[in-house]
Design a protein around this ligand. Structure first.
Ligand code: TRP
Length: 77
């Protein structure tokens, strides 16, 4: 199904450490968390932006692959 920006892009998140959080934020005037997924080391989540999800926040050490960038998120400690 196309995402609201007209693409079918997926983002891939692979946890480098235990306890990575993938947090979906709502689309629309009210921006709030609507889903939190916990990943342990080696676990992968494949996700899209949808009519419900306009932003994704990733907390903890993870590798993130998207069509515009491949990058690592890092935790403070
Ligand atoms: N029910 C959510 C939705 O359709 C599921 C989801 C899609 C999601 N992409 C996400 C949850 C990214 C967290 C992060 O939007």
């Amino acid at each position: 199904m196309p995402t609201p920006n007209g693409t079918n892009d997926f983002i891939v998140i692979k946890a480098v450490d235990d306890g990575v959080s993938v947090i979906g934020l709502t689309r629309g005037t009210d921006t709030r968390f609507h889903h939190t997924e916990k990943l342990d080391r080696g676990e992968v989540m494949i996700a899209q932006f949808t009519e419900h999800t306009s932003a994704i926040k990733i907390r903890g050490n993870a590798k993130i692959y998207t069509s515009i960038a491949e990058l690592n998120s890092e935790s403070k400690k």
